[in-house]
Design a protein. Structure first.
Length: 358
């Protein structure tokens, strides 16, 4: 058994394993994924002879952290053939991925877990909770009187929608995936593979937000994002759209961007994304604090030995710095997994908005 990072030519060879393990994904979605994601991602695989018996995919994302662009790595499609399970394949793949990303100085690795228990031993912890609620159509008979209009997002809309969504997100969140035109273009392809579409909301020629409609096993509205001054009207117009398109259905609203009052009264939070620190110095550099914070601490990391050591961490308004110090008594020890909680108010990951599927 050996593990390796696959070449572009060999990435397509993992498709049969993907289809074998992820049976919930439609043929259309698998086709979308292998046509649009695998040419640009990294796939680590375990082989026995010529057979691929395990894999893990790293999909790249351009993230915005406190208005600064950073490279993000999203771990997906972690799978092992049934007859090869419980032989340490996933552990070997994750260790290779950690080493690969450390050399590239990625601050952290994140994923949407099938089971929290699988990833906790590798020092992953939840950092993002997705807000969710439901709407019941068939209850509202009166039409909206707002001047807003809705239409499916087209290629010609991508540049302006990109600007608006990044503006909306940067006003509310410290960490999110940048809504570049390429991101939105790929999202449109992904939605079509999930029997979905992206709807833009307009006030005359002004774009004021958007939402995603997905109609698979359940009907879902994902990421309804509206300019603050149009929030009430856009929400009303969206519900009118659902009354027309999805009569007498219970609609799941996920990743809904809400006011504090709405969060307290209507929504539930579902733990959604886990992450673990990869390159300690890079992660610390993204921390920010209005008030200077100095911490001396012993950090333990059983999976990435280069992160181990005694450190002084200083966090200021411009960012964080870290330096090694001499071992001495009286300095508390902490696992790398618990470090984000220690710096929760300084860490952009504590104020994230990440809802990507793959």
């Amino acid at each position: 058994m050996k593990t390796e990072r696959l070449s572009k030519e060999d990435r397509q060879k993992t498709r049969s394993l993907y289809e074998e393990v992820f049976t919930e994904d439609s043929a259309e979605f698998v086709q979308y994924y292998y046509q649009n994601k695998t040419p640009f991602n990294e796939i680590f695989a375990a082989r026995e002879d010529s057979q691929i018996c395990g894999m893990a995919h790293l999909n790249p994302y351009l993230l915005v952290s406190d208005k600064k662009e950073i490279q993000g790595a999203y771990l997906v499609a972690v799978a092992t053939k049934k007859e090869f399970r419980h032989r340490g394949i996933m552990t070997a793949l994750l260790k290779e991925i950690f080493d690969f990303l450390y050399e590239k100085r990625y601050p952290f690795l994140y994923l949407m877990p099938a089971s929290e228990a699988i990833y906790t031993p590798f020092d992953f912890r939840f950092f993002y909770t997705q807000r969710q609620k439901t709407w019941q159509t068939g209850c509202v008979k009166q039409k909206s009187k707002s001047m807003l209009s809705l239409r499916e997002v087209q290629e010609k809309d991508l540049i302006i929608l990109s600007r608006i969504l990044n503006e909306i997100l940067s006003q509310k969140y410290r960490l999110f995936a940048s809504r570049t035109p390429d991101y939105l273009r790929d999202l449109n392809r992904e939605l079509r593979a999930m029997n979905g579409k992206m709807i833009g909301i307009w006030h005359g020629e002004e774009c004021v937000g958007s939402f995603q409609l997905i109609q698979e096993s359940e009907t879902m509205i994902l990421e309804p994002l509206f300019k603050e001054e149009y929030r009430a009207l856009a929400s009303e117009k969206t519900q009118e759209f659902l009354e027309r398109e999805c009569p007498n259905e219970t609609i799941k609203i996920a990743a809904n961007d809400e006011t504090k009052k709405e969060k307290e009264e209507e929504s539930t939070g579902k733990p959604w994304m886990m992450a673990r620190i990869i390159h300690l110095e890079s992660w610390v550099s993204n921390l920010k604090s209005e008030k200077r914070k100095v911490v001396q601490i012993h950090i333990k990391d059983r999976w990435i030995a280069k992160n181990e050591g005694w450190y002084e961490i200083i966090v200021e308004k411009e960012g964080g710095t870290i330096r090694k110090i001499e071992q001495r008594h009286g300095i508390a020890s902490i696992s790398i997994a618990d470090l984000p909680q220690l710096f929760k108010t300084e860490d952009p990951m504590a104020d994230a908005f990440l809802n990507e599927w793959v």
